[in-house]
Design a binder for this molecule. Structure first.
Ligand code: COA
Length: 325
């Protein structure tokens, strides 16, 4: 088995900033409610960019950061719940956009856990020798599936993309990944697909193709599953909670991060937060934050990080990473 490390990161966000106050023009809400319940102050919303546009820019930055040529990439895995098309995959659009013609490309859907699942796929492809250099992307244009008349959801989400380049190495990088799913929670967070209809069946009621969420249950699920996956991850490694420099959780709600820190008795300062600027960008939150942390000089060689995703499916996953860029 080969070792796998992250050699570059990138991110891209739409220019358009929508502050909390602007949402009170659409629904009965206010900055005070949104800030105190979620930690969100503003989010970036597409003014025409689709998921592939955001992903291509994030990928270009990651490639530059890694110091590689796009032709070296032999695998592109893109996690999204908001693809440009049902087919072709958004990963294929990225391949064309960055001219990575030697790559095998596909999308995966694991909602807000998507980046961790994609990272795991890249990790396994490289570990087993099938791939040498993988581009992993989390990208979502949530604004196109948000019900802008539903105050329970429209205040929470934003658009964005983040990317990482993984490469075969002889040094320790990605140490362990834990993932899980529970399809019994499918109705807690979902967005219907293309309506089922054909000339040989009876007409069915058409569900609005927007995001539906049971916020309270998703909150409960998140604060339960995140400590469990972190504990499981560390249990199978030779490291302890105290060895971890940063916990990079999916940015869904600042209160989820605070609850996890309290439950696990971890210094809340170890939880990186940028949710105030971008809201929940689904599969993109973790790679956007990772890129930001690296650019801000927060990550030093051999630092240990725990990345954690959770979301619709239900799905969850975590990765223990030694920073070895
Ligand atoms: N502005 C103002 N009031 C709002 C509101 C908004 N945007 N959204 C909901 N409210 C109201 C509710 O209608 C309710 O009013 P009522 O008491 O008159 O019925 C009240 O605020 C409390 O709602 P509640 O749902 O109990 O709030 P909460 O403290 O549970 O916070 C969430 C709601 C959505 C912020 C919280 O449940 C959450 O973050 N859940 C997880 C969601 C998530 O992270 N999803 C993505 C996971 S990947």
């Amino acid at each position: 088995m080969y070792e796998v490390r992250i050699i570059g990161t990138g991110s891209f966000l739409p220019q358009q900033i929508i502050k909390n106050d602007s949402l009170s023009d659409l629904v009965d809400t206010n900055d005070e409610w949104i800030s105190t319940r979620t930690g969100i102050k503003e989010r970036r919303i597409s003014s025409g960019e689709n998921t592939s546009d955001l992903a291509i820019e994030a990928a270009k930055e990651a490639i530059k950061d890694a110091g590689i040529n796009a032709e070296e990439i032999d695998l592109i895995v893109l996690a999204t719940s908001t693809p440009d098309f049902i087919m072709p995959s958004t990963a294929c659009l990225v391949q064309k956009g960055i001219k990575a013609y030697n790559a095998t490309c596909f999308d995966i859907t694991a909602a807000c856990t998507g980046f961790i699942y994609a990272l795991n796929i890249g990790y396994q492809f490289i570990r087993t020798g099938q791939s040498k250099t993988a581009l992993i992307i989390g990208a979502d244009t949530n604004s196109k599936i948000i019900d802008w008349s539903d105050r329970n959801t429209c205040v929470l989400f934003g658009d964005g993309a983040g990317a990482a380049i993984l490469q075969r190495t002889d040094k320790e990088g990605i140490i362990l990944v834990d993932t899980g799913s529970d399809g019994r929670g499918d109705e807690l967070l979902f967005c219907p697909g293309v309506h089922l209809k054909n000339p040989f069946m009876e007409e069915q009621e058409e569900k609005k193709q927007v995001m539906h969420m049971n916020g309270k249950e998703v909150f409960r699920f998140s604060t339960t599953v995140v400590p469990q996956t972190i504990e499981k991850l560390l249990q199978y490694s030779s490291y302890h909670i105290e060895d971890i420099k940063y916990f990079l959780l999916h940015q869904a709600n600042a209160r989820i991060m605070e609850a996890v820190a309290k439950k696990m008795n971890i210094d809340p300062e170890k939880f990186y937060k940028n949710i105030h600027k971008y809201g929940n960008t689904s599969a993109a939150t973790i790679p956007i934050a990772l890129n930001e942390m690296d650019k801000a000089g927060l990550l030093e060689k051999d630092d240990l990080l725990v990345l954690v995703g959770f979301g619709g499916g239900l799905t969850w996953g975590s990765a223990l990473v030694k920073w070895n860029k």
